[in-house]
Design a protein around this ligand. Structure first.
Ligand code: PLP
Length: 219
């Protein structure tokens, strides 16, 4: 059998992951992280902190950033989109987006957010970058996009998107860690080890007119 539905729904889980989970669950010495000051709880919290540091290293995050774990990308996307975008805001997004982005955006649209889309070329699938400026409205405040299409594999021209966002004082978008991070990118994680909403509000405060998606944002 050849399994092509990898990345999102990998069938063959890495042995190291299964072993790490087993080691913790079977050790009999690991409690509930962040829920107590006794040794078992502190040991669990130490494991979580180490995992966060490992993820930060994977994302090339500086020390001023933190990681917030969520159940999955859909939960993270809902939290970020609904936490940052408000009725009256305008959102520019792309025809590449996954349902995990589109559905919260449509829910926000029903609450008074205006949506506009950048289409993609057929059959190549490249985004129609030339239409970026004409899709802007006075309400446009956010640019929401996937770094790479999970359908076609097309990769967004991030430097071009970043320049566009900076030109129009928009925030920006999502990115996936499978590639080395471009030197121009940073990630939306706060310096202290605080819950996700803290990280989000902190980033929003820094970015002013900012946008969002699952894994990361352009600085
Ligand atoms: C591009 C993209 N975004 C978001 C998701 C949703 O991910 P999750 O299943 O972790 O919620 C997927 C899953 O296929 C995806 O491919």
């Amino acid at each position: 059998m050849y399994y092509f539905d990898n990345a999102a729904t990998t069938a063959q889980k890495p042995e190291a992951v299964a072993q790490a989970v087993y080691n913790v669950l079977s050790s009999g010495t690991v409690g509930n992280p962040s829920r107590g000051a006794h040794g078992y709880a502190l040991k669990a919290y130490g494991i979580v902190l180490q995992a966060k540091d490992d993820v930060k290293a994977l994302f090339h995050c500086g020390p001023e950033y933190d990681v917030a774990f969520t159940h999955n990308s859909t939960a993270a996307l809902n939290m970020v989109l609904k936490g940052l975008i408000h009725p009256g805001d305008g959102v520019l997004t792309t025809s590449w987006e996954h349902n995990a982005v589109l559905r919260p955006l449509y829910q926000l649209e029903a609450q008074g957010v205006s949506l506009a889309f950048i289409a993609s070329d057929s059959p190549g699938g490249a985004l129609q970058y030339d239409t970026l400026e004409e899709r802007l409205t006075p309400r446009t405040k956010w640019f929401v996009c996937n770094h790479a299409s999970n359908v076609t594999g097309n990769v967004l021209d991030l430097p071009r998107i970043k320049a566009f966002c900076q030109r129009h004082h928009l925030g920006s978008s999502s990115m996936y860690p499978r590639q080395p991070a471009p030197s121009t990118s940073t990630y939306p994680m706060a310096s202290s080890r605080q819950p996700a909403l803290r990280a989000i509000s902190r980033f929003a405060g820094q970015a002013g007119r900012a946008a969002s998606s699952s894994a990361a944002m352009l600085s």
